[in-house]
Design a protein around this ligand. Sequence first.
Ligand code: 3NM
Length: 213
Amino acid sequence: MNVKWLQVYFILGSNNTDQAPLYVLEEALKGGITCFQFREKGKGALTGNAKKQLAIQMKGLCRKYQVPFLINDDVDLALEIAADGVHVGQDDMSIGEVREICPPNWIIGVSATNKDEAIQAKKDGADYIGVGPIYSTNTKEDAKQPIGEKGLQAIRKEVGATPLVAIGGIQLADVNRLMQAGTDGVSVISAISQAVDPQKTVRKFLEQANLHS
Ligand code: 3NM
């Protein structure tokens, strides 16, 4: 995968915004997000056909703007609608199991919150590792203790050049420090999904991340 795809990696589910999710996604795409993950989880999350229909429409938008479209956890749905890959957590399907059934060019990302998980994800052949939570977040109900920029730095030291993306409570003002701490980009939900102007917000995130490329 292209490590630049991790620069401003937007994640969205229908319950992360008060606006229409497809509107928010298209605004974010116009602003220049470099990767997108559909994450339909938590209170009021869509299931079944409603989830699938939203995923198909989101994939269509991502194709229009030529941005990779990943799905969180739901490997069956990702296969069914031909997503570009999946993001799996520590309790989800393993990378090995996913690789056995997915197309060869799929992007597979894994979450890690400490050095051991990150080292294992690298060994297992993750295309990128989502490192977090960096800061405290209200978006994920079962988020672990924040690991801070120090935690990110420590993981970078362990995994060498493996692509990393920082996640959890990230705001625009944090991007510069996180890039300096060794991440390849930032993964963001609420700072974009709840922004008054998501397009403009993404532009600013991109500006900050680009200072380091
Ligand atoms: N995963 P926000 S933190 C989806 O630590 C997710 O693995 C996390 O949302 C992890 O940008 C998180 O609104 C929530 O804080 C990120």
